[in-house]
Design a binder for this molecule. Structure first.
Ligand SMILES: Cc1cc2nc3c(=O)[nH]c(=O)nc-3n(C[C@H](O)[C@H](O)[C@H](O)COP(=O)(O)OP(=O)(O)OC[C@H]3O[C@@H](n4cnc5c(N)ncnc54)[C@H](O)[C@@H]3O)c2cc1C
Length: 244
């Protein structure tokens, strides 16, 4: 607790690790506090990052930690930051394990948590054959039969975007939707069936989806899912204390 570090980085995913690398190279005394629950831990491969296309997230992390290990002023701790006090120039960070640190600067790299729609079976396929971002995982599912599950005002754009990877897609709104007549017509022209019934379950085996079943009895085959949902700040975001 006594040493006043140059910076404390809360979160050791790609963002926090990259910051640690740059600050280590700048000879700053830095601590990285990481709970170890990166957002992409559910997936086997990460795509679209130049020189690392298709890398396993664990391998990405291993290389990152190894490279940062060359900079002795950076330290990692496996812990959760639970409370922040103080102010710019002298922050105090309390952790779940009961330790505390002081740092001139704080860097929040806590990431986001995904909140999936509450659909039976979706959790079993998430990160294996169900994804969020077509730019990350669309290539692996190109030209396959895809189910797009989405709600809200952006569903039309989301469905059109995914159509770029496959022209065999079906759109599921899992209940009432706000699509305009013109948007429905465009879906029709693009040959994208619209299902607005409630989804009953996702059928899969070993993480690979095979069907989306609706409460009305309809069963639609598919080999992959893209599901648009909300992102939430990491729930372990430390609370700010007024006490310094
Ligand atoms: C299914 C899926 C597939 C994806 N595929 C790709 C892909 O192919 N290509 C791509 O570029 N991106 C992909 N992403 C997105 C990618 O995972 C994120 O962009 C990336 O993880 C963001 O990095 P980050 O460092 O901001 O957050 P994260 O990787 O989430 O890291 C945040 C870290 O902070 C920790 N943390 C949070 N709160 C605290 C706290 N209070 N104290 C200590 N530690 C804390 C967490 O445990 C975690 O380890 C995918 C995401 C998902 C969900």
């Amino acid at each position: 607790m006594d040493q006043l570090l140059d910076a404390a980085i809360i979160g050791g995913g790609p963002a926090g690790l990259n910051a640690a690398l740059v600050l280590g190279r700048a000879r700053k005394n830095v601590i990285v506090i990481d709970e170890g629950l990166p957002r992409n831990r559910v997936t086997h491969e990460s795509h679209g990052f130049l020189t690392r296309d298709g890398i396993k997230p664990d391998e990405f992390r291993r290389i990152a930690v190894e490279q940062i290990g060359a900079y002795p002023s950076v330290r990692f701790v496996a812990d959760i930051a639970i409370e922040i006090a103080g102010a710019d120039g002298d922050f105090k960070i309390a952790t779940k394990k009961g330790d505390s640190y002081r740092a001139k600067k704080l860097l929040f790299a806590v990431g986001k948590k995904d909140r999936l729609p509450e659909i039976e079976g979706l959790i079993d396929v998430y990160g294996k054959s169900a994804f969020v971002c077509p730019y990350c995982d669309g290539w692996e599912l190109r030209d396959r039969e895809l189910a797009v599950i989405a709600k809200g005002e952006h569903i039309f754009h989301y469905a059109k975007t995914i159509h770029g990877w496959s022209d065999r897609i079906s759109l599921f709104t899992n209940g009432p939707h706000e699509l305009t007549d013109a948007q429905r017509e465009e879906l029709h022209v693009r040959n994208i069936p619209l299902h607005d019934g409630r989804i009953c379950r996702i059928v899969s085996e070993n993480g690979m989806v095979s069907r989306v079943e609706l409460e009305d009895g309809l069963s639609v085959p598919c080999a992959g899912i893209f599901s648009r949902r909300r992102w939430w700040p990491a729930p372990t975001c430390p609370k700010r204390s007024a006490v310094s």
